[in-house]
Ligand binder design. Sequence first.
Ligand code: ITT
Length: 206
Amino acid sequence: GILIVATKNKGKVREFQHAFAPLGLTVKSMFDYPQLPDVVEDGTTFAENAFKKSKAVGEALGLPVLADDSGLCVDALDGRPGVYSARYAGENARDQDNNLKLLSELEGLKQGEDTGQPLLSPARFVCALSLYDPADGMELTAEGTVEGWITSEPAGGGGFGYDPLFYLPEYEKTMAELTLEEKQMISHRGMALRLLTDKLAAKQRK
Ligand code: ITT
C-alpha cells in the first residue's frame, strides 16, 4: 500500500520511508503531487499546523494523509524558534542559514567573557503528527519530544535541519551523528510515530 505524507521536506520523507518500509508501505510526499498548493502554516502550535496540513491535503486528494509539523524550542530563547523553525532565517531559508542564525542569536545572549563551553542552552525538538481521513473526518494526533543541548560546534552529516547543532549528552553525539535507525529510536518524530500507531491500533480494536 501507499501512505501519503503532506511534506516537502526531504529529510522528513527519508525518515518516514525508513519507518514505514517494514510495514510494507511506500511513502508518497508532496514531491509526488506538485499540483497541490502550499498549505498556509499560520497556527500557533505544532499540532494545529500539522492538522492544517493533513486536512487540506487529505481533502484535496480524497485520501487519508499524514502530516508532520515540527521544530526546535531553545530555553535561552524563550522557546524560539518553535513553530517558526523552518523560516527562522527568513522565508525559504536553507537549513544552513537557520543554523547560523541560531548560533548568532545565542552568541548575542552570552554575557561577559566566553566560558569556552561548547553547550549553549538546553533545547528540545518537538514533532506533532496528524493523520486525517476525509472519508469520515477522523483525525488522530500525537506529539513527541526529545531533550538536548545546542552546541556551538556542529558535528555529523546525517539527519537534516538543526541536527548538527543538537547535542545529546547521553550519547556524546549530535543528532546528525546518529544513524537513521538510532535517530528513529530516540527522536521526537520516532516517539510521535510510535504514539500515533498505538492510537490507531487502539481505535481499530474498538
Ligand atoms: P513541511 O511543512 O513541508 O513538512 P518544513 O521543513 O517546512 O516541511 P516544518 O514547518 O514542520 O517543516 O518545520 C520544521 C523545522 O524544524 C525545519 O526547519 C526543520 O529543519 C526543523 N526540524 C524538524 N524536525 C527536525 C529534525 O528531526 N532534525 C532537525 N531539524 C528538524
